[in-house]
Write a protein that binds this ligand. Structure first.
Ligand code: HH2
Length: 278
C-alpha cells in the first residue's frame, strides 16, 4: 500500500513515523514548549534528524476538555511555522478541524490533512479534494473535546468505530478526497477498556483496506497501564503500544518520541519480515 502525498509518495509496506509538533500552550504532554516559532522549527529539525518521515503540525489542543481556538489565532500560530517546516523537505500534515485552516495550509504546500473532528465539517473533505491531498478521518464520538468523554458509551466499541469510520471514509470519497487514512482516535471519547479493545482488535480496522494511522503517544491509557503520571515519562509504554498496533496493521504511528520509536521499530520490523534468508 502507498500513501500519495500530493507531489510525493510514501510506501506503507512498513510502519512509518509521524512526528508530533504541537504549536499550542495547552497540549497535554508538551503544551507551551514549542509556541515560539524558533523553538518549533528547532524541534521539527530534531524530529526529522531522529527519523520522522512525516511531521504533524497542530495549533489547537484536542485533549479532553480543551477549549476551541479561534480561527485567526490558529492561523497565526500555524502558518509561519508551517512555511519554515516545509523547507525541511519532509511531508507535512496539518492537524486541524477547520476547513479554512486546512485550506491555508494546503495553499502553502502542506501534504496531508489530519482532521480529528470526525468529519464534523465536511467542507474539510472538499478542501482536501480541491488540493488533491489525502485526509485522515479519525473516530471521535463528539467533535467538541469538552463533550467527547461524556459521549464514551459503546456496546461494541470496535464494531461501532469500524462502521462509523467506513461511513465517514465513503462520504469523504464522495466529496472527492483522493485517499482516506483511517484512525480509531485513541483517547477521543474512549475509556481504558475501549482503548484496550481497539488496540487488541486493531486488525479488524486494518482489514478495511485503507492506510491505518494510530496515535497512542504518551496518552492516558499508557499512564493507566503503567502508573506513570508524567506524560513525558511514558516513552517505553508508548513504544510498546505502537509496536502492538504495528503488529496488527497500523502503518503510520503518530509519536512525540521519534528516536525511541525508530530504534524499537528497527528491531521489531526485521523480526516481522524475516524469511530465514539472512
Ligand atoms: N491525537 C492527538 C492529536 N491529534 N491526530 C490523529 N490523527 N490521531 C490521534 O490519536 C491524535 C491526533 C492528541 O495528542 P497531542 O497532539 O499530543 O495532544 P493535544 O491534542 O493536547 O495537542
Amino acid at each position: 500500500m502507498k500513501l500519495k502525498l500530493r507531489d510525493r509518495v510514501l510506501g506503507l509496506e512498513r510502519p512509518r513515523l509521524m512526528g508530533v509538533l504541537n504549536l499550542t500552550p495547552d497540549s497535554f504532554s508538551d503544551g507551551g514548549r514549542y509556541l515560539a516559532p524558533g523553538a518549533a522549527l528547532e524541534h521539527a529539525r530534531r524530529l526529522v534528524a531522529e527519523g520522522a518521515e512525516i511531521l504533524d503540525l497542530g495549533a489547537e489542543s484536542t485533549r479532553p476538555g480543551a477549549a476551541p481556538v479561534p480561527l485567526e489565532e490558529e492561523r497565526r500560530r500555524l502558518l509561519p511555522v508551517l512555511e519554515a517546516v516545509l523547507e525541511l523537505g519532509v511531508p507535512v500534515s496539518v492537524d486541524t478541524r477547520k476547513p479554512e485552516v486546512a485550506e491555508a495550509a494546503l495553499r502553502l504546500g502542506a501534504h496531508l490533512v489530519n482532521d480529528t473532528s470526525g468529519l464534523a465539517d465536511p467542507r474539510i473533505a472538499e478542501v482536501a479534494a480541491r488540493y488533491d491531498a489525502p485526509l485522515v478521518v479519525m473516530h471521535t464520538p463528539h467533535p467538541d473535546p469538552r463533550r467527547m468523554m461524556a459521549a464514551a458509551r459503546y456496546l461494541d466499541i470496535v464494531a461501532e468505530v469500524r462502521a462509523q469510520l467506513l461511513k465517514w471514509a465513503r462520504r469523504a470519497e464522495r466529496l472527492g478526497v483522493p485517499q482516506v487514512v483511517l484512525d480509531p482516535g485513541f483517547g477521543f471519547g474512549k475509556k481504558r477498556e475501549h482503548n484496550l479493545a481497539l488496540l487488541a482488535r486493531l486488525s479488524e480496522l486494518a482489514g478495511l483496506g485503507y492506510p491505518l494511522l494510530v496515535g497512542l503517544s504518551r496518552k492516558r491509557l499508557i499512564g493507566e497501564l503503567t502508573g506513570v503520571e508524567a506524560a513525558d515519562q511514558r516513552v517505553c509504554g508508548s513504544v510498546a503500544a505502537h509496536l502492538a498496533a504495528a503488529a496488527r496493521g497500523a502503518r503510520i504511528l503518530r509519536v512525540h518520541d521519534v528516536a525511541a520509536h525508530r530504534q524499537a521499530l528497527a528491531v521489531f520490523w526485521e523480526v516481522e519480515v524475516w524469511d530465514g534468508s539472512s
